[in-house]
Ligand binder design. Structure first.
Ligand code: NDP
Length: 343
């Protein structure tokens, strides 16, 4: 629709994701547009605003939520800060009367996630967690195939979500710092596998077991853990295995093993180039590329439609909270050498 009909977004934190994906995504979004930027670096913020045709008064600092409350150009505040800052800024934006889209992982503690949900209820605003895969065509296709039992019943899910963390990159430095990141690789990458197991199966785990190993000689892991493997048991009898690491080659893949074949999404959750291989019996069909969409534009357009009452809320705060609870169960089990944690 015309620019004036679009829902205005304020982007909070002008780092790698905001500059590389979200602001470009808003340029191609159909129902969402950039309305303001919020940053701790005024020079950068003014430059980004100017480059994107925003007026000078659409530049905000982190202490400016009172002024934001008076700004009707902003309907959604998108929190794109280090994980430990999500709760504080989400709650401030909700109290300023704005709807909030918050990056994953939702928070660094269950208590913070609960406080965010309570603030959204108290202010009667929408709180959506930015789980882009919930809106991505390949992931949606796998969900449909599993719901339709296209290869019979699903028996097992495997998810592998990790990459090499680079401590010389400022965007990774805070991810290795427990105070800002929370659970390191688990919160950054592993959360994709936790949430995938849940949305692929459409049920919730009842028991969790996990094992962790971190190379004591690797200087990256003074505060956070590296490799974690876990197992979820679901009421239907399905088992989901997950793995995450900040010290293995980049992978964001999952497979669903069914009675008559496998659905292999590898990659399943990169920004582009995702592919689905259907294996029937033992026979792999040619891989099918995911439709080339801007996942960030889709997710922000979905939020815009939620705000306009045109779309249901698919990834509310409660989704993020459930993943926080499962991450905690994984950490608790791993701390007890794989003891079963009931959820
Ligand atoms: P960056 O480090 O690149 O950017 C974070 C920004 O937050 C900084 O540039 C800075 O913006 C602001 N900030 C405020 N306080 C601090 C602080 N104490 N330390 C560092 N930065 C601070 O991170 P990313 O953009 O990679 O990640 C941001 C969030 O987005 C994370 O929660 C991450 O998990 C999530 N993410 C999600 C992805 C997805 O696919 N959904 C992909 C990548 C990240 P300024 O200078 O403007 O103040």
């Amino acid at each position: 629709g015309p620019e004036t009909d679009k829902v205005g977004f304020a982007i909070v934190g002008l780092g790698k994701l905001s500059l590389g994906q979200l602001i470009p995504g808003l340029k191609v979004a159909k129902g969402a547009k950039l309305a303001a930027v919020v940053s701790g670096h005024p020079d950068k913020a003014r430059r980004v605003a100017a480059e994107n045709g925003l007026p000078a008064d659409a530049v905000y600092g982190y202490d400016d939520y009172d002024r934001m409350a008076q700004d009707p150009r902003i309907q959604v505040v998108y929190i794109v800060l280090p994980n430990a800052l999500h709760a504080e800024h989400t709650i401030k934006a909700l109290k300023a009367g704005k709807h909030v889209l918050c990056e994953k992982p939702m928070a660094t503690t269950i208590a913070d996630a609960e406080a965010m949900i309570a603030a959204a209820k108290a202010t009667n605003r929408h709180l959506m967690i930015a789980y882009r895969c919930h809106y991505e065509p390949l992931n949606l296709d796998v969900m449909r195939r599993l719901r339709a039992k296209s290869l019979g019943r699903v028996r097992q899910i495997n998810t592998t979500m990790g990459r090499q963390a680079d401590p010389s990159d400022p965007s990774d430095a805070w991810r290795l710092d427990a105070a800002l990141s929370g659970a390191g690789a688990l919160g950054d990458m592993g959360v994709y596998g936790i949430s995938a197991a849940r949305y692929l199966l459409n049920e919730e785990p009842v028991a969790v077991q996990a094992w962790a190993w971190t190379d004591p000689a690797d200087p990256r892991f003074k505060e956070t853990q590296d490799l974690i493997n876990w197992q979820f048991r679901f009421p239907s009898g399905v088992i989901a295995n997950g793995s995450t690491s900040f010290a293995y080659a980049p992978t964001m893949a999952f497979e669903a093993i069914c009675e008559q074949g496998r659905l292999v999404a590898d990659p399943a959750a990169f920004y582009g180039g995702n592919r689905l291989t259907v294996v029937k019996g033992g026979q792999a069909q040619p891989p099918v590329p995911a439709p080339p969409v801007d996942q960030f534009a889709r997710e922000m357009d979905w939020m815009a439609d939620v705000v306009r009452g045109k779309a249901p809320m698919v990834s509310p705060g409660e989704e993020g909270l459930q993943d926080m609870r499962l991450m905690q169960a994984i950490l608790d089990s791993a701390a007890k050498d794989g003891a079963t944690v009931r959820t």
